[in-house]
Design a protein around this ligand. Structure first.
Ligand code: 0X9
Ligand code: ZN
Length: 418
């Protein structure tokens, strides 16, 4: 395994971007515990290089797995032999990535204002940074940029602060903590523009902003994000090297001090759910921890991921229900009803552990345990047809519908002070 990883690293270093020619994403529908166990065994075969976009958990949830070309025959044979049902979701991963890249290049532009910014396209880190600077310059009475820390590779951790007065309680929204979930950063950009457009026009948002500050971290994992553009579109984790391993990065959604180290996270640096050497070991996580603690009045915290179309609340590390479960459940229902009203996009909702799977060391479990009652996490579009490679023409519809759910959460927060 190590040899293969070193080779891959060498290949990327010499030839530039990692390619995925002939790779497929399979959707597997296991029946019964025995098949789930078989899939778990499969996922432990490190030499296959499988990347589980959706992990095997229970029968009700499909399993999506990105299979490198060199492992396809073996994996198909294994599934066939064990009579495990599957179908091909993505025929050729590289074909989709080529389409994505072509679109990005075709609509690449250098806008002079946020009105000219192309919200229907994906953007790189420079372009997002210049978007933020333009937005601040155009709306300096409403928006400022604060830097809450530095990433491992010394990039600033930028947060947009929307504020109309001093000493207000805060609402936090982050996107892109998993760098490959591109529709989330793209939606974050759209939210930022939406806030400045609607303030003073939409009475509900205006009322929210007259009482609360909104903090929006669009590129929560900038090193990972830069890496998805330059080297490996499928990169999820941070980019900090791990001592004693040739594998890089920590899963920033397993690194929080909430059930840290428990089931639903990995101690192996080469996995996608590696929790890191200790809680808050990642500067990108630590910066948010320090910010939340020093602010002291964050009342809602929303962390945005993709994909699966879910709205989730704590807990992920334990099956003990959150003490505000009833209220959180009811508000989630309201929020997804609002979301669905626009394009009829269907979401499921519930606690993380009951709705998706056990995941320990997650963001919103930590924020909830800090006393932030309205702690939610989204899994945006889609349900797996394109997964992390969602076509750019779905960015704006995704952002628009998600905004309705965010408004529901923010309005409820405003109407129910605590
Ligand atoms: O495994 C995760 O971290 C989340 N899924 S993702 O594909 N975005 O990586 C699921 C964990 C619970 N969900 C959230 N915290 N959003
Ligand atoms: Zn994620």
């Amino acid at each position: 395994m190590k040899g293969l990883l070193v080779l891959t690293a060498l290949f990327v270093a010499v030839f530039g971007k990692k390619t995925f020619e002939g790779d497929q994403v399979l959707r597997i529908t296991p029946k019964g515990e025995a098949q789930i166990s078989l899939l778990k065994e499969l996922s432990e075969q490190e030499h296959l290089g499988l990347d589980f976009w959706r992990e095997p958990v229970h029968e009700s949830l499909p399993v999506d797995v990105h299979v490198p070309f060199h492992s396809l025959q073996g994996v198909r044979a294994f599934l066939g032999y064990n009579q495990i049902q599957y179908n091909v979701m993505i025929m050729d991963v590289q074909d989709l990535l080529d389409d994505e890249e072509r679109e990005m290049v075709k609509y690449r532009s250098f806008p002079r204002s946020t009105d000219d910014f192309v919200y229907t396209n994906y953007h790189d880190l420079n372009s997002i940074n210049s978007f933020m600077d333009m937005l601040v310059a155009e709306n300096s009475n409403l928006v400022s940029k604060i830097v809450i820390g530095q990433s491992y590779e010394n990039r600033p951790l930028n947060v947009l602060k929307f504020s109309t007065g001093a000493n207000r309680p805060g609402i936090w929204i982050d996107t892109g903590i998993h760098s490959r979930e591109w529709v989330t950063q793209a939606s974050g950009i759209w939210f930022a523009k939406k806030i400045v457009t609607d303030y003073g026009r939409d009475p509900v948002l205006t009322d929210i902003l007259n009482n609360y500050d909104i903090f929006l971290e669009i590129v929560t994992n900038p090193d990972g994000f830069a890496y998805t553009h330059s080297r490996d579109r499928m990169w999820r984790k941070t980019r900090k090297p791990n001592s004693g391993s040739s594998c890089v990065g920590v899963d920033p959604n397993r690194n929080w001090d909430a059930g840290f180290g428990g089931a639903g996270s990995s101690s192996s640096p080469c996995t996608e759910t590696y929790r890191g050497p200790s809680a808050h070991s990642e500067p990108e996580v630590k910066a948010i921890v320090e910010f939340v603690k020093s602010h002291g009045k964050i009342k809602a915290f929303v962390s945005i991921h993709s994909y699966s179309q879910m709205l989730l609340y704590p807990y992920g590390y334990t099956s003990t229900p959150a003490k505000d479960k009833t209220e959180l459940h009811e508000l989630a229902r309201k929020a997804i009803t609002a979301l669905q009203s626009l394009y009829n996009t269907r979401y499921t909702y519930g606690s993380i552990i009951t709705t998706i799977y056990q995941a320990s060391g997650g963001t919103i479990d930590w924020t909830y345990n800090q006393g932030i009652k309205y702690s939610y996490t989204f899994e945006l579009r889609d349900t797996g047809r394109y997964g992390f490679i969602l076509p750019a023409n779905q960015i704006v519809p995704t952002a628009e519908e998600t905004w309705l759910a965010l408004m529901a959460i923010m309005e409820h927060t405003k109407n129910n002070p605590y």
